[in-house]
Design a protein. Structure first.
Length: 132
């Protein structure tokens, strides 16, 4: 896949993930009548939503920047596939957070999403350093 083909749709997908997960947190706050998580219970739906959104906020912006910088400079097909994979990994991570019965226990989608984020982010960072 061409990096130029993947760049803008994946950046948009990361933006949607961030803003829709934030909307979900706000809706959850309204549902539970609180302005803060109000609980540290790792099984509480609001705790899971807030932690999933917070984690997305930590990664999405920098990944979008990496995707833009590498995607507009590279023609290597592996870069395009890495851009798609790292974006999908962020979605898998968020679904794994929300689908888990509790954040205190691992969930397979969360683990796959985390690994994909670390691997893909590292690969894109190295590509940027190497000028690929």
């Amino acid at each position: 896949m061409s990096p130029s083909t993947a760049t803008l749709p994946c950046i948009a997908a990361l933006g949607l993930l961030l803003f829709l997960s934030g909307l979900y947190v706000s809706a959850s706050r309204a549902r539970f009548w609180t302005l803060h998580a109000g609980t540290e219970d790792p099984a509480h739906p609001l705790t899971k939503a807030a932690r999933a959104h917070g984690n997305t906020a930590e990664y999405a912006a920098f990944l979008a920047l990496l995707i833009y910088l590498v995607g507009t400079r590279s023609t290597a097909p592996w870069v395009g596939w890495t851009i798609v994979a790292v974006t999908a990994s962020r979605y898998l991570f968020l679904v794994g957070m929300l689908a888990s019965s509790t954040l205190a226990k691992p969930h397979p989608l969360r683990a796959v999403g985390a690994f994909g984020t670390y691997f893909g982010g590292t690969a894109l960072s190295v590509a940027l350093l190497a000028g690929l």
